[in-house]
Ligand binder design. Structure first.
Ligand code: NAP
Length: 500
């Protein structure tokens, strides 16, 4: 990552938010700008340009942004730092499918260059509905706003979802490439911007003690859990189209899996890291029709109890069909066909309305070949485990057997626990702070390259087809449980999912 080479600088620019009145802009982007202001990481000259259909003027927009920062509960010092900053607020009302919107935007951006010194640099943020991604990119292209003049940058940040299957992702890439070069496109996976996801690289490739044990010789299997306590909230109609496969597996899980399984990169720069991620994604064995039903469990939550509170089933949620077949839970077995991982299953489970919000990667090691102890001396000797806790309470656990104090001689498994919050006083930046800062500084390491997106869709496409054709049955689980019982049978008979 380029920040290992020292101070990076966010360059003066116009940040144009397409979808300036939307949920993402209000809850994440504007508060992230205030945090960056508090850390003195915003550029010297910044124009914030909002674009959406709702009518308002520049002053209304300025007020709306500041209100969003207050509502997000930002620290007063950060709010003040943001207020003090010399940001030029501009707003363009118009539809993304109306060419006149882009003419007006071109005039506004020209004025920002002239009067606010943003030097022709532009960062476009597509915080809008995915159906509008191409319309915005082409609207910008038509008025010449995608070209980088010498000494300036023009970048575009694209939110997920990046397509809804392999073909649509390829088409979207093609359409974007008609007006933007690949180096200008920053595709977000906000998981990658989490410090602990990046720490997988630091842990693996800057320590000598772990990497030798990070392979098929020692690792029995890997478990990746992305569990959410929440249901679909107000996103029912969106989730109906996505399900756990598109919402979590195709993007976040694939990224975590790639970082866990990839080979060492030539350097911690964007392309060497992304090259290795693509390489390992290419090695993920495709799901074939014959074995697919044995390697996949689909579930949907029914009514249940979470933290003592009764919650409705998925089919009773707002915006969800009462006969919905959308999965809110998936357990999957991936195989990676390469020298490091051949024969080591990567078990993934993700779901909504599970008992806990937790994301973690577990390397479960092989049992010792022989225990030179009588059974009476063994309280419990579980296989060694390395647990990378990604959220919450970010940290690393190492589980190993130790002698229980006193006599007679007995052993028991205990953990060595590293916690980020105990080790470091400073708060890591939120994912969206990191995303905005890196894009302004021109560091694409934590963004997804075209070939990565397509590889991830290649892996999940057979699942999309099988789910659509009803070839994987839907099981049910009560909200507040760890998913359908069938998920336990995915693991080999002497293994269990780790209880986080
Ligand atoms: N919300 C989140 O937490 C979240 C998290 C991760 C990813 N995302 C992704 O972020 C993107 C935005 O999500 P969101 O939740 O913010 O959606 P949203 O609340 O529905 O906002 C959509 C925005 O786009 C504008 N818009 C829609 N159609 C338009 C058109 N034809 N012309 C001009 N403006 C138009 C809307 O403004 P007007 O109605 O004023 O035109 C609004 O500002 C999506 O791709 C979503 O998947 C969101």
């Amino acid at each position: 990552m380029s920040d290992i080479e020292g101070e990076r600088v966010a360059l003066s620019a116009a940040l144009v938010v397409f979808g300036a009145t939307g949920d993402l802009a209000h809850r994440k982007l504007y508060p992230a700008l205030a945090s960056l202001a508090g850390r003195h990481q915003l550029p010297r000259r910044l124009a914030l340009v909002g674009v959406a259909r709702t009518e308002m003027d520049d002053e209304d927009f300025r007020e709306e942004v500041h209100k969003a920062v207050v509502q997000a509960g930002k620290d007063p010092a950060e709010q003040q730092a943001f207020e003090n900053l010399d940001v030029c607020f501009r707003y363009v009302a118009g539809s993304f499918d109306d060419p006149a919107t882009f003419d007006r935007l071109a005039t506004v951006l020209h004025e920002c260059d002239e009067h606010h010194g943003v030097e022709g640099n532009r960062l476009y943020y597509l915080a809008t509905v995915p159906q509008m991604f191409v319309a915005v990119a082409h609207g910008l292209g038509t008025v010449g706003l995608t070209r980088e003049k010498p000494g300036t940058f023009v970048r575009i940040i694209i939110e997920k979802p990046f397509g809804h299957d392999l073909q649509s992702a390829r088409e979207l890439n093609d359409k974007l490439h008609e007006v933007f070069d690949e180096h200008q496109i920053y595709r977000i996976d906000h998981y990658l911007a989490k410090e602990t996801v990046q720490n997988i690289l630091a842990l693996r490739f800057t320590n000598s003690i772990f990497e030798p044990l990070w392979n098929r010789r020692y690792v029995d299997h890997v478990q990746i859990t992305v569990a959410e306590k929440l249901g679909v909230e107000h996103r029912g109609s969106f989730y109906e189209q996505a399900g756990a496969l598109r919402d979590i597996v195709q993007n976040h899980v694939m990224q975590v899996l790639a970082l866990t399984a990839m080979e060492p990169p030539a350097s911690f720069h964007a392309d060497p890291i992304r090259d290795e991620k693509v390489k390992v994604l290419r090695s993920v064995r495709p799901f074939d029709d014959e074995t697919l039903p044995e390697r996949v469990v689909r579930g949907q939550y029914t009514a249940g109890v979470i933290d003592g509170e009764e919650v409705p089933g998925y089919r009773e949620e707002e915006g969800v069909s009462p006969a919905s077949k959308t999965e809110t839970f998936l357990a999957l077995e991936f195989e990676i066909d390469n020298w490091r991982w051949a024969g080591v299953p990567f078990y993934v489970r993700t779901g909504k309305r599970l008992p806990k919000r937790v994301t973690e990667v577990v390397l479960r090691y092989k049992q010792v070949p022989f225990l030179p102890l009588p059974r009476t001396a063994i309280d419990s000797v579980e296989p060694n485990e390395m647990v990378l806790r990604i959220q919450p309470d970010e940290g690393i656990e190492l589980w190993f057997a130790v002698k229980v104090p006193g006599s007679p001689f007995r052993v028991r498994t205990q953990k060595l626990d590293f916690s980020y919050s105990r080790a470091f006083a400073e708060q890591p930046p939120e994912a969206y702070e990191r995303v905005l800062f890196d894009a302004l500084a021109g560091d694409p390491t934590l963004f997804i390259r075209e070939d990565e997106v397509e590889q991830a869709w290649r892996i999940v496409q057979p699942l999309i087809d099988a789910f659509r054709e009803g070839r994987v049955p839907l099981s049910f689980y009560p909200a507040g449980s760890w998913g359908p019982r069938e998920a336990d049978a995915l693991l080999s008979s002497d293994d269990t999912w780790r209880n986080p």
